[in-house]
Design a protein around this ligand. Structure first.
Ligand code: ARG
Length: 602
């Protein structure tokens, strides 16, 4: 069963069409004035203007047609031609039943499902993830879940950063520390030992050490640059080391992502498309799009008279023209643009079915990079125009409004952040005295992990993606306010209410709507379909967060206004429990889309 909004829109559209007017005028939405109406249709004014008719006449005719519809209780014309609609109790009851029974808890599939790659996470091998990586992981994973739910065929790709200078730093640093390793033999061809020569802690220590030395000493930098060039040219010992570094890093990354309930279908990286680079370069050359410059290959992508926005230190200025792309540098090496382009080629050639869209969930500050890559990809015909989207996001800031740093001034590692959130969750749970006395240690641990997960994911997702937000763990983990833990607790409360009712011999049954608080609750449930589609269309998870928060609030008003289990009459009791189970179903479905796990009890 479609949402009330959709059914009403269809009915109003039919009425407009019957008058020879366009169907689009029939769009119906929730009323801004719930005391006057449940829904409103504002199309009569625009339609009348276009057709040279009187708005109130058009509205009157549409309202009359709507009144014939079985779900409509009343349809009244107000002001210059607004139509205020109330739906019948029966229609609301049927809607609530559908939410309770349907697999999608009242949501509807997307009208235009697409084969979509979501490129998110983007961690770099050897550099530990920091708080900035939280956003890409959480927003990307939520879009992955949401789009899949709505019918898109989604592949989530982590796109490891494993091809840059950091790899050269690791090679040279390791060479200094353990010069005797076989990987450094000039004639090494393998096989190589299974046991990696480094641990994740080694990697975390080696990269910053080498990078600091290279800043001081140009010769040290030169060595690392040469090492990357050799690695990229395929030197077997270095390729073997790269594989070790990747394996060791991936194992550590998986732990952090698991804590955040973030999942990927593909664990590919920049280095995986190495063998496609010759083909890529050939495509640009044969299309006449690449020019040689001192041994390097350059692609010009600027268009005449065009200004591109460039963001620096939080300020956006217009800079002209769009900088060219370096496909191959004079050392024969490749960088960030080239690996991104080769990755598009790889996905178009090897993924089944062929992707129709690629979404890049990456910090807004990389906007120019993606404009360049997308334009070059479209110019050379790797993919149709408009199919590559940069889903940018703002930064996570500290209380000073600047990108978040630890007290010592360093970047906060994601692993430490996860641990901090876990401890803070434990503290909040203890303060609130929320857990049943008989709960064992293991379950307590799990509940705290779920509260931390809800806190981190919700506080990130509830903000409009493109804005910055201030990191405030105390606020995020609170059980009060617009927080993940609040929503989690709301869902668990409905769960225990239903469990208790069942234990007392009361079962959810057929839903009957009578009271205003029930009407308001079902109208809120009805909004889920729209919220999901809107969140997908705009790639904005906060729309879904907003809906779930409003739903939890509507449930708590309903619960405060009307007795449920204590109600004397059995049919009413069953109906209200039925409503509660519809709410639980939608809350759990929605929270799962946000990647939040609901515990059995707390
Ligand atoms: N590794 C990159 C970074 O840390 C992010 C990768 C984003 N994805 C992409 N296809 N470029 O900045």
């Amino acid at each position: 069963m479609a949402s009330l909004t959709k059914d009403l829109s269809a009915a109003a559209s039919a009425a407009f069409e019957a008058m020879g007017l366009e169907a689009r005028w029939g769009d119906v939405r929730r009323s801004d004035k719930p005391e006057l109406a449940d829904f409103q249709c504002n199309g009569a004014m625009g339609a009348a203007k276009q057709a040279g008719k009187i708005p109130r006449d058009v509205a009157t005719e549409v309202a009359a047609a709507l009144r014939d519809h079985e779900m409509v209780l009343s349809a009244e014309v107000a002001g210059p031609g607004f139509i205020n609609i109330r739906v019948s109790d029966a229609a609301l009851a049927a809607r609530a039943e559908a939410v309770r029974e349907e697999k999608m808890a009242g949501a509807e599939g997307a009208p235009d499902p697409q084969v979509t790659v979501i490129d998110f996470g983007g961690p770099n091998v050897a550099k530990p993830m920091h708080v900035g990586h939280l956003r890409s992981a959480v927003i990307g994973d939520t879009l992955r879940r949401l789009l899949t739910f709505l019918g898109d065929e989604v592949t989530g790709d982590v796109h490891l950063g494993d091809w840059g200078l950091q790899m050269g730093h690791l090679v040279t640093e390791l060479q200094d520390e353990q010069p005797g390793l076989i990987y450094f033999d000039a004639d090494f061809t393998g096989p190589y030992p299974e046991e990696p020569p480094v641990t994740i802690d080694d990697l975390a220590r080696m990269y910053p050490a080498a990078s600091a030395k290279a800043k001081e000493d140009p010769a040290r930098l030169e060595r690392s640059q040469k090492a990357v060039a050799e690695l990229q040219a395929g030197r077997p010992g270095y390729r073997a080391l790269l594989k070790h570094f990747i394996d060791v890093s991936v194992a550590a990354l998986k732990v952090d992502y698991e804590f955040l309930n973030v999942h990927f279908d593909l664990w590919k990286g920049e280095s995986d498309v190495d063998d496609l680079i010759p083909e890529l370069v050939e495509r640009f050359k044969s299309a006449g799009l690449a020019r040689e410059d001192d041994g390097a290959w350059i692609v010009d992508i600027a268009r005449e008279g065009e200004n591109v926005p460039v963001e620096k230190n939080g300020k956006t200025t217009l800079k002209n023209p769009m900088p060219p792309i370096m496909l191959i540098n004079s050392r024969g090496g490749t960088g960030y643009h080239t690996t991104d382009l080769a990755t598009i080629l790889d996905r178009m050639e090897h993924l089944e079915p062929v992707p129709q869209r690629m979404l890049y969930v990456v910090d807004q500050r990389q906007a120019l990079h993606f404009q360049q890559v997308f334009r070059a990809a479209e110019m050379v015909g790797l993919i149709d125009e408009g199919r590559l989207e940069h889903i940018g996001f703002g930064t996570v800031n500290g209380p000073d409004g600047k990108p978040f740093k630890t007290r010592e001034g360093g970047v906060l590692r994601l692993a430490d952040l996860n641990q901090m959130a876990f401890e803070e969750a434990q503290k909040k749970i203890a303060e609130a005295g929320k857990l049943p006395e008989d709960m064992g240690a293991e379950e307590r641990h799990e509940v705290a992990a779920n509260v931390a997960l809800a806190a981190l994911r919700f506080s990130d997702l509830m903000n409009t993606r493109t804005t910055n937000y201030v990191f405030d763990l105390d606020k995020f983990t609170s059980f009060e306010g617009k927080t993940g833990p609040y929503l989690l607790y709301a869902a668990v409360r409905v769960k225990s209410l239903l469990r208790r009712a069942t234990e007392e011999g009361n079962k959810p049954g057929g839903i009957v709507i009578g009271h205003d608080a029930e009407r308001a609750l079902v109208l809120q449930l009805d909004n889920f379909a729209f919220a999901c589609l809107q969140a997908r269309e705009k790639r904005m998870p906060h729309v879904l967060c907003e809906h779930l928060y409003n739903l939890a609030q509507a449930f708590s008003s309903f619960y405060a206004a009307l007795p449920i289990a204590a109600e004397g009459d059995e049919a009413t009791r069953a109906s209200r429990l039925g409503l509660a189970s519809a709410v639980l179903k939608q809350l759990e479905t929605g929270l799962d889309l946000l990647g939040i796990r609901v515990p059995e009890r707390m």
